[in-house]
Design a protein around this ligand. Sequence first.
Ligand SMILES: [Zn+2]
Ligand SMILES: [Zn+2]
Length: 221
Amino acid sequence: MLDDILSIIAPHHCCGCDKIGSLICSNCKYNINIEQKMVCVVCHRPTAQTWLCKNCRMPFEKVWLVGERDGTLQRLVGLYKFERARSAYRSLGDLLLGVLPELPDNTVIVPIPTTPSRIRERGYDHMLLVAKYIARKRGLQCRQLVCRQTNTKQRQSNAKKRDLQAKQAFEVRGKIDPAVPYLLIDDIITTGSTIKYASAALCKAGAKHVWVGVVARQILK
Ligand SMILES: [Zn+2]
Ligand SMILES: [Zn+2]
């Protein structure tokens, strides 16, 4: 509601083509969805119709990805994470909804938790907003089952440090039903350690089916 009012007072420009109206126009949204190259999110080798190759064993069974973190998607994620464009949760949610298949009715949407300091900086829990939006659109439950144990930030760390931080980062609070699929939602995948250890925490707590939906893939340089 507030977002609707704000968009009338200060209209958004499309991150891709600058057209006035929304943060991303339907044309640019469409282009992101068709420009995908299927590659494994872990080892980056080309795959056939799945984002996880057979060689990469992960605690999650399936993963869906919107696209590479460049161009329009890069700008949209940047606005959302670093420039307080709160209403972008809808655009990012819609992009994810575009790549997610039909999900069983009992699927639980679980956001990857953000550190409290980042939530304070932004003024919102960015992945919780996206997860809730997806759950609402699909008529599913959203639960904040995965929590952060330590207050470490991931930016600017190297791959090895990131992996260690992520390994210690997550715990599950709440009851897990092994019969229910849990779909973790995250914004960026870099090394894959965040979704790996968040999934592992869910499995350790009793989950048998963990799936992952990610907005953008970033190559760590
Ligand atoms: Zn556009
Ligand atoms: Zn792989």
